[in-house]
Design a protein around this ligand. Structure first.
Ligand SMILES: Cc1cc2nc3c(=O)[nH]c(=O)nc-3n(C[C@H](O)[C@H](O)[C@H](O)COP(=O)(O)OP(=O)(O)OC[C@H]3O[C@@H](n4cnc5c(N)ncnc54)[C@H](O)[C@@H]3O)c2cc1C
Ligand SMILES: *[C@@H]1O[C@H](CO)[C@@H](O)[C@H](O)[C@H]1NC(C)=O
Ligand SMILES: *[C@@H]1O[C@H](CO)[C@@H](O)[C@H](O)[C@H]1NC(C)=O
Ligand SMILES: *[C@@H]1O[C@H](CO)[C@@H](O)[C@H](O)[C@H]1NC(C)=O
Length: 504
């Protein structure tokens, strides 16, 4: 990477004009349907001059980290768009042990950041998202981990932001309660390219991970807040056909509790496992029984710890698991495996946040929607390796974040949010539609129409944004738009998401 950064290449065109810019899922999965160029600068100065060049040439601009998003909502539909891919602008510097802060550049990923911090005896607390994703891309889109007790929006860890605005100027913002900050905190990339951030860090600590299996009733009729809020981070995985939940929770332990160094595997599989599950799910395009069998198998696998001992690469077979913060909370790839998407296991997703005060009602309604299909003889299952991911968010005030509060919908967001994150397998057979495809549209529509909710900004289709925008606070949108007009008067950073929610 350093070598690449040293090459005197200002721009490395990855595609020719008129090509899609793809998500991490690769060809067939565009983040932007049609772009003019993809540039890979190596420094913040180069990013700035690329933005100025684009302004001169009358082009649109979008920043991109690792394209770890799902749908064609990154850019606007203007093909005269330049992607500025930030991967090689990835410096980390000025670690301040007194203030417990460090400066990171746009392309720094969680993997890189956690390695750097761990080597120096620090971590970034619970403001985490999965591995091969940039912190800047997460801050832009309001990405988050799962916690009610601790701040877990990545943006919550940011103390200052440097943004290259729509006129090519570098703006520096410090965290405060101004509308500029509240807009920049979840900016959707509409204020400009986030090039640097000052990030909060902590002396490194160990955590444990534990997991229990619960029946549907124990969650649907249970004290959900009481099961999640005591822990540093906690979530559920739902297996709707099995009518079971996995309940995973983590917390800090004294470093001398255990010498174990657990390392979580979040997305990797062996080629053999991948091809077996792919065949099952592809036949599940037509046969519910294949999906049922797949859920049965994956539920069984997910009941055991998905951890290895980092020092020996040996499987860990018993709960709880202990290890260093990032290794346990996120982890990464096992050395002999690859992420599921590199084995052609591609998918769709849907993620909506609801006030946690309505968590039971939302999950019961989802249960009812699954059951209505069963009555028609169409058994719905999870077609994702770890089930349906039910996450949580501590309230965090900004204009467009998923866990903001004091909004005009009158809903009580002050206790936090439950997120329903529903990934599903995209068959590589037939026309690529899923088993009982119309169910998915009915499902999302019912939840959006019946509950106050907010979409995750990179995990939803255009249709979901269209349906969900009515739940957004018009005052927040107006205040955001006013800041957007100051930062980017000509709208060079516009996106489909920004257009749908009406800030252009
Ligand atoms: C396997 C996987 C797991 C994930 N897990 C989680 C999770 O646990 N929680 C969660 O909330 N999300 C999760 N996500 C979603 C992910 O965090 C977001 O989609 C994130 O925005 C992706 O960051 P990226 O660096 O890949 O950016 P990209 O996907 O390249 O860009 C995403 C958006 O951010 C904008 N953007 C990127 N960089 C910048 C920048 N420097 N300045 C301004 N705008 C920018 C882009 O224009 C685009 O609109 C996951 C995604 C994947 C694929
Ligand atoms: C992260 O993504 C890059 C491409 O952007 C890829 O080369 C690298 O192998 C990935 N790392 C992991 C651990 O998946
Ligand atoms: C860990 O260290 C603390 C304080 O240093 C000590 O009180 C405790 O007994 C130790 N625990 C174990 C399991 O060794
Ligand atoms: C939210 O509303 C309450 C009650 O009106 C008020 O005290 C509080 O300051 C508001 N918080 C924010 C961040 O706007």
């Amino acid at each position: 990477m350093r070598l690449l950064a040293a090459l005197p290449l200002l721009a490395l065109p990855l595609g020719t004009a008129g090509e899609p810019y793809n998500t991490f899922d690769g060809p067939g999965f565009p983040a932007c349907n049609d772009v003019a160029a993809v540039k890979q600068p190596s420094t913040v100065d180069e990013i700035q001059s690329l933005v100025k060049d684009a302004i001169q040439a009358g082009q649109q601009v979008r920043a991109s980290g690792k394209a770890h998003m799902w749908y064609d909502t990154m850019c606007s539909d203007d093909p005269n768009t330049v992607i500025i891919q930030t991967e090689n602008v990835n410096g980390i510097y000025d670690l301040d042990p007194e203030a417990e802060t460090v400066i990171i550049e746009a392309g720094v990923t969680f993997l890189q950041f956690s390695d750097y911090l761990h080597a120096k005896g620090y971590n970034s607390g619970f403001t985490l998202v999965n591995w091969n994703i940039t912190l800047a891309g997460c801050v832009a889109m309001g990405a988050h981990r799962s916690s009610i007790r601790e701040d877990s929006m990545v943006a919550a860890g940011v103390l200052s932001l440097d943004i290259i605005d729509g006129e090519g100027n570098l703006r520096h913002l410090e965290r405060d309660d101004s509308d500029e900050w509240l807009a920049a905190s979840t900016s959707l990339g509409l204020l400009g390219v986030i090039v640097r951030m000052k990030f909060k860090i902590y002396p490194d600590f160990k955590v444990y991970a534990d997991q229990k299996t619960l029946d549907d009733d124990e969650v649907l009729d249970g004290d959900i807040y009481g099961m999640i809020s005591p822990y540093a981070t906690a979530n559920f995985w739902w297996w709707p056909y099995k009518r079971k939940f996995h309940w995973r929770y983590y917390d800090v332990v004294p470093t001398n509790t255990s010498t174990q160094e657990g390392f979580q595997n979040t997305f990797s599989v062996t080629a053999l496992e991948a091809s077996a599950i792919k065949s099952l799910w592809n036949s599940g395009r037509w046969l519910a029984t294949s999906n049922m069998l797949a859920e049965e198998i994956l539920f069984g696998l997910w009941s055991a710890p998905n951890f290895r001992e980092k020092t020996t690469n040996e499987e860990i077979t018993e709960w709880p698991v202990y290890g260093w913060n990032y290794d346990v909370l996120i982890g990464g790839l096992y050395p002999d495996q690859q992420p599921v998407w590199e084995h052609g296991l591609n998918g769709y997703t849907l993620e909506l946040a609801f006030p946690i005060t309505q968590a039971n009602a939302v999950l019961r309604r989802a249960r009812e929607l699954f059951d209505e299909e069963s009555k028609k003889g169409l058994i719905m299952t999870s077609t994702y390796r770890s089930g349906i991911n039910i996450k949580f968010g501590r309230p965090y005030f900004d204009l467009l974040g998923q866990v903001t509060y004091n909004t005009s919908d009158g809903a009580d967001w002050s206790k936090g949010a439950i997120m329903f994150d529903f990934p599903s397998f995209k068959p590589s057979v037939g026309d690529g539609s899923r088993f009982n495809e119309p169910f998915y549209g009915r499902f999302e529509k019912a939840l959006i129409e019946e509950f106050p909710c907010r979409p995750h900004w990179t995990k939803n289709t255009r249709e979901v944004f269209e349906l969900a925008k009515k739940h957004l606070d018009p005052d927040h949108l107006a205040r955001f738009k006013a800041v957007r007009e100051k930062f980017d008067p000509n709208g060079i950073y516009r996106s489909v998401v920004g257009e749908i929610i009406g800030v252009f």
